[in-house]
Design a protein around this ligand. Structure first.
Ligand code: HEM
Length: 374
């Protein structure tokens, strides 16, 4: 199917090439007008909410009808990289989300362009975890709000980004370890390498733990519970789609499955399969392979039955498993601090269960599978 644009009454082909700044041989520039609007104007408007009610819709319309924007966005669709298309989708989705959450009418032109971009990227036409965390630029972080709340929002996204970076490296260590564990016979050098790789994974999980305290719990961080309450509405679900929860961190689930196998995670697997399209495109395959691998008994813990496994490797696998359990507990602690009402009231979560029950159950199941106290 060929995605169609619904730009009205303009022959945007006449603008092709004129407005494009091509930086370097491989890439197109951003859709500058859109980027500037989302980075600067949008948080300003949303922070002064009374002004926003009056002008946000008009300003977005003006932007969408601007010739420069139209020719650049077409160019990104026709020639842009996945990264550029994904970033344009983030900007468009932020506009759509802002309009929806402030109960303004959504715009046909915006939805139409968004639907085209989504057909290219395979990312749903909503604010996903992939868009707000992975596509969001470190050096030009998009936030819905500005001022102190905007700084807190930025720290929230940065914290998730930091965790994802550590997980990418940690998963690489685990995949290499599993390749060795698939050998029919383990030699001394294999056991030594395994202990190193699994030890490196544990170091990455230490980094994850540190990121939680640095970004979400430290008094030095711009993030805090009051500010979170102010921007959280933009991250909530819509009638058609779930919100961009950390629940859609494919890498966090992949790491859990690669270490523990399906034990303790059985109740999470149906959700992953059902909602696979909401997980990041770049991690979907990694996630599905870990699910299928875990179901087929391909995880670190499954391999502890091998008789040729050195004691040091067994100990490293135990450390890795404990690191996963510790992460679930630290995360639960962060949520309890930042969103205490989720633990005192029956607050519904993204996974369709009350948040408290869901997170407590997760810790409990992992703990039980390791024969530990949850
Ligand atoms: C202030 C920081 C955070 C808050 C307030 C928070 C909040 C939540 C909540 C409420 C849930 C329950 C599911 C839902 O309703 O969406 C959840 C689940 C989850 N979050 Fe977070 N989160 C935070 C940080 C993170 C970070 C940095 C990650 C790292 C990728 C992450 C990954 C996850 C995962 C994997 C789940 C599913 C847990 C499970 O299966 O038991 N979260 N989070």
């Amino acid at each position: 199917m060929q995605p169609q644009h619904n730009f009205n009454n303009q022959d945007s082909s006449t603008n092709h090439g004129q407005s494009l700044n091509v930086s370097g041989p491989s890439s197109l520039q951003e859709v500058q007008e859109l980027k500037e609007f989302v980075c600067t104007k949008l948080p300003e408007l949303l922070t002064q909410i009374s002004t926003a009610q009056g002008s946000l819709r008009d300003e977005v319309l003006q932007l969408l009808r601007n010739d420069l924007f139209r020719s650049e966005s077409e160019e990104i669709l026709l020639k842009g990289s996945f990264e550029e298309q994904r970033r344009m989708q983030l900007d468009l989705v932020m506009l759509k989300t802002a309009l929806e959450k402030d109960q303004l009418d959504t715009l046909g032109e915006l939805n139409s362009l968004l639907s085209d971009v989504s057909a290219f990227t395979r990312i749903p036409e909503t604010l996903t975890y992939e868009l707000i965390i992975l596509a969001n630029e470190e050096s030009n972080m998009r936030t819905f709000r500005d001022g102190k709340v905007g700084k807190a929002e930025e720290a929230f996204y940065q914290g998730h980004k930091k965790v994802e970076e550590s997980l990418t490296c940690g998963i690489e260590n685990l995949l290499q370890a599993l390749d060795i564990l698939e050998k029919p016979q383990l030699e001394l050098k294999d056991n030594l390498r395994l202990a190193t790789l699994i030890g490196q994974f544990c170091e990455r999980m230490e980094e994850v733990k540190k990121a939680y305290s640095t970004y979400f719990l430290s008094a030095k961080s711009a993030f805090n519970a009051q500010h979170f309450a102010e921007f959280r509405k933009y991250l909530s679900e819509t009638p058609e789609h779930p919100g961009p929860s950390g629940l859609f961190s494919a890498q966090m689930f992949a790491a859990k499955l690669l270490v523990l196998g399906k034990e303790g995670l059985e109740d999470r697997i149906p959700f992953i399969r059902e909602k696979l399209d909401y997980y990041p495109v770049e991690h979907r395959e990694k996630l599905l392979k870990s699910v299928i691998g875990a179901e087929a008994g391909r995880s670190l813990r499954d391999y502890t039955k091998r008789s040729d496994l050195a004691q040091s490797v067994r100990a490293a696998i135990e450390d890795a498993s404990q690191a996963i359990l510790a992460d679930a507990k630290v995360h639960r602690g962060v949520v309890r601090t930042i969103l205490p009402e989720a633990f005192t009231q029956d607050m519904a979560g993204t996974a369709g269960q009350p948040i408290k029950e869901f997170l407590e159950g997760g810790v409990q199941n992992i703990g039980n599978s390791l024969n530990n106290e949850g």
